[in-house]
Design a protein around this ligand. Structure first.
Ligand code: SF4
Length: 223
């Protein structure tokens, strides 16, 4: 799938990664297919320090640039001024607004310059991801999930076999890596996404970057 994406879309294709294990597998495979593959990450402004260390480790190991996508400073300033720095703890709507401004809108701006992008979604991560296709047409672009049918042990085996850089928070019990204030470690037997927005009950464990932004805005009533 990656080989097809690289040959079909060339420089209009990029890998989106937050330096979790799945993203590292995809970057590792893609660099071996094309050392000039484009890689980008969303820097929400609330990432843990360890994620910046990972960014440096990836750049060094693969001799690639990592394109950093950031939110609009004016939008962040307005939001923080009207609702507070840690607004997401107050309500699900506040959390969705923060994700929209810090993640969804910057991603949309980045995707406007791409024909296709790859992400590290796996079907067994949560019921919301259970139907993830490997290749999907979305808002006029192609979204690729090369590891959709991989399970966690297959990812771990690849990471170990290729000795890939591993985000330090995994060793502290994190199953997924996101923004520092919104991600915690998980207990044995908990869903992999349980560490996201753990204070919310009965809310989706998705931030909106894996649905269309228009859908997110419609559902949340924000905007
Ligand atoms: Fe904001 Fe938390 Fe979403 Fe990050 S994960 S954008 S800090 S609400």
């Amino acid at each position: 799938v990656l080989k097809w994406a690289l040959s079909t879309f060339g420089d209009s294709f990029a890998i989106a990664t937050s330096f979790q294990k799945e993203g590292m597998v995809i970057v590792d495979m893609a660099v071996r297919l094309n050392p000039r593959v484009r890689v980008f990450t969303l820097d929400t402004g609330r990432l843990p320090d360890e994620t910046y260390l990972m960014m440096d480790a990836v750049k060094k190991r693969y001799a690639i640039d990592v394109e950093v996508v950031r939110p609009d400073p004016a939008e962040v300033a307005d939001m923080v001024s009207s609702r507070g720095v840690d607004l997401f703890y107050e309500s699900p709507d506040n959390r969705r607004l923060c994700c929209e401004i810090r993640k969804v809108r910057p991603l949309e701006r980045k995707l406007a310059g791409l024909e296709a992008w790859a992400v590290g979604l796996r079907r067994d991560q949560s019921c919301e991801r259970a139907e993830t296709p490997k290749v999907q047409s979305l808002d006029g672009r192609v979204k690729i999930s090369p590891l959709a049918d991989w399970d966690r042990s297959r990812v771990d085996a690849y990471v170990s076999r290729r000795k890939l850089p591993v985000h330090p928070l995994y060793t502290r019990g994190f199953a997924t890596i996101g923004c520092a204030p919104c991600t915690r470690s998980v207990k044995p037997g908990e869903d992999e996404r349980a560490g996201r927005w753990w204070w919310e009950q009965n809310e989706s464990k998705e931030c909106g970057i894996h649905v269309t932004a228009a859908g997110l805005v419609r559902r949340s009533g924000l905007h």
